[in-house]
Design a protein around this ligand. Structure first.
Ligand code: HEM
Length: 601
């Protein structure tokens, strides 16, 4: 079996790709038949065509012995040669036609965008802080498909849902950018999030989907319920560290369900390792975070060289990453044979034979890398979603009251919510959808890469371009959402609900954790609101005004001095900035429920 995770050469172009290029990108009819019609036609072949030429020379015998003149040989060729000549002509014409089309396509303009400078292009225009907001502003001037270039690297930002959905669903748009820092230096290319579109990625995706699809992910619900209840206990005891507690509960659940390793504290080895590894990787995944992604040759600069802090950072991240991916996988194998074994994604896959075309070694390698990025892909995004939900609850107390009223009516005050209640809580579901729209956890999604030249809306998108969907701009599109700046769960109720935000991405690379994470969000926020009130108050109970604000870039303080103090790294995830949120139990009965809830399970 060919494994193409180290090379992009094995990219399986679909056989129809060329046809699509010719026809889909053309608004004119194919010119090939016209071209043929203009050529002088060959005389029809008839039996007389095969008779020898009339002999006009008296030197008949010698003429016949001579080698025929080339012109005569062409004119009087056999039908087999005529057919071959026709095939060659058609092939040549097709090639000429394709070259002409390609030339015409390359003569097309790139999508509009800010004018750059020679050589550095738009380097100084690139917004490192909350890039989705300036991009959305620019798109008002340049349109839904916008082009930005940095040192020759083409970046296309798409701000329309329909365009992103149409383009990014295609195989040619399903690759990931080649990022030197996170891929080559940190060695994370084989992970499911970063792997190039190819056989290795397809296998990882297939295996992961077997556990995370709508029906299989039901097996994780009991543990998600149990962890939500542990979280309530934690919030009762230490209400101020609510974001840390939510992050831990989600990370614990993902590690346990992925590897079957029991996690007992935030200091457990794999929680710490996963968190630390992911802290570095999540930023390196954003194209443009590191200069070495623009100038790959910089990776050969020695670590001691001034400004080469990225090399030291990469070395540390690589070692941590290997420890996490290999260590957790080995621990999962040990956990499978332990007395206290749990159902897990890795355990379930390892207990199967694996596909015939793979050796056992290849099968295990694929599972290891499929599992290795789930903590990273799932924890921050889900934590950010829940944090935004809580923020909207303190910003809009009327909505909070309405959610609680619905919970009281359906669940009552004598028990905690379960997954069976979900279908009966439409207002809560609408509020979750609206909070995801209000601020998406990954406002610029995860970058895709185009593997073939394309022409879209009369613009040329070059092969290798990085494609960034501006999900934030899509969510704030006035044509799609009435008063998009308003928080209004009602837009998701009624006979014609609004479009759900594309927070889970697009096409073949769309999020694999959609069912798992929406279940986690539901059980966490329903449990919290059924027993706690959230208020915009400081720790002394004084009301405070909150201006919603979200993170959009990280300074290098996160990177323990490996990078230059002026370096700012754009982050993949955007979280609400810390906001005052006083969490108090709704009643004595609620306190009893929280305490009982954890011991019941
Ligand atoms: C609210 C929570 C989440 C959000 C908003 C979210 C969002 C996203 C987005 C935007 C992408 C990129 C899609 C694209 O390239 O177009 C993605 C990819 C991915 N997500 Fe999530 N995600 C969430 C939770 C999770 C969870 C809980 C898991 C796993 C347990 C997960 C696993 C993945 C994986 C494996 C990928 C990579 C898919 C690929 O490249 O083939 N996600 N997610």
């Amino acid at each position: 079996m060919s494994r193409d995770f180290n090379t992009r050469r094995c990219f399986p172009y679909p056989p129809h790709a060329l046809n699509c290029y010719v026809h889909l990108n053309s608004d004119r009819p194919c010119l090939l038949p016209l071209y043929f019609n203009q050529r002088p036609r060959l005389p029809p072949l008839s039996p007389s065509s095969f008779s020898p030429p009339p002999i006009s020379s008296p030197h008949t015998d010698r003429t016949l012995l001579r080698k025929p003149e080339p012109a005569l040989a062409t004119t009087y060729t056999s039908p087999m040669f005529a057919r071959e000549a026709l095939y060659v002509a058609v092939a040549l014409l097709s090639v000429a036609f394709l070259i002409r089309r390609r030339r015409r396509a390359s003569a097309l303009p790139l999508p509009p965008g800010p004018r750059g400078w020679p050589v550095i292009d738009n380097l100084f225009d690139w917004p490192f802080e909350s890039a989705w907001i300036p991009f959305a502003e620019w798109s008002k001037k340049f349109g839904d498909i916008m082009h930005i270039k940095i040192f020759g690297l083409h970046i296309v930002v798409i701000s329309s849902f329909d365009t992103a959905n149409t383009l990014m669903s295609q195989a040619t748009y399903s690759d990931r950018p080649i990022l030197t820092m996170v891929g080559k230096l940190m060695n994370f290319t084989p992970s499911i999030v970063l792997a190039p579109y190819g056989e290795h990625w397809k296998s990882m995706r297939r295996f992961t989907q077997q556990s995370l699809n709508r029906s299989s992910s039901l097996m994780f619900l009991p543990s998600q319920l149990s962890d939500a209840r542990l979280l309530l206990q934690e919030l009762l005891e230490r209400p101020t560290n609510y974001i840390g507690a939510i992050r831990y509960a989600l990370g614990k659940n993902i590690i346990e369900n992925t590897y079957g390793i029991r996690i007992t504290s935030p200091n457990s080895e794999y929680v710490k390792l996963s968190r630390e590894t992911h802290e570095v990787i999540q930023n390196a995944v954003v194209p443009g975070s590191f200069f070495v992604d623009v100038f790959p040759a910089l990776r050969f600069v020695p670590e001691w060289f001034p400004g080469a802090g990225f090399k030291r950072l990469a070395r540390v991240a690589k070692a941590r990453g290997e420890h996490m991916v290999d260590g957790a996988f080995d621990a999962a194998k040990r956990a499978m044979i332990g007395e206290d074994s749990m159902v897990s994604l890795v355990g379930t896959l390892l207990s199967r034979e694996g596909p015939e075309e793979m050796t056992r070694e290849e099968y295990e390698y694929t599972i290891k890398w499929a599992a290795g990025s789930l903590y990273g892909a799932g924890t921050e995004s889900t934590t950010s979603s829940i944090a935004t939900f809580l923020l909207t609850m303190v910003l809009f107390p009327d909505v909070q009251k309405r959610v609680q009223a619905e919970l009281d009516a359906v669940v009552g005050r004598k028990r905690l919510p379960t997954f069976e209640d979900r279908a009966s809580l439409p207002y809560l579901e609408a509020t979750i959808k609206e909070s995801l729209r209000f601020h998406p956890p990954t406002p610029l999604g995860i970058a895709h890469r185009l593997v073939e030249d394309d022409v879209v809306q009369g613009y040329r998108i070059p092969k290798g371009a990085i494609i960034l969907p501006n999900i934030w701009a899509m969510n704030m599109n006035e044509k799609q959402y009435e008063h998009p700046e308003r928080f209004s769960p009602e837009r998701y109720l009624g006979p014609t609900p609004a479009l759900e935000s594309p927070v889970f991405g697009f096409g073949r690379r769309a999020c694999l954790g959609v069912h798992y994470s929406t279940a986690a969000i539901f059980i966490t926020v329903s449990s919290i609101l059924s027993v706690f009130d959230l208020r915009a108050q400081d720790k002394d109970g004084k009301d405070v005004q909150i201006e919603p604000a979200f993170t959009g870039g990280k300074s290098n303080t996160q990177h323990h001095g490996y990078l230059h103090p002026l370096t700012r790294i754009p982050s993949l995830y955007s979280h609400p900035k810390p906001f005052p949120c006083r969490i108090t139990p709704r009643s004595q009965e609620a306190i009893e429920l929280v305490k009982a809830g954890t011991s019941v399970l």
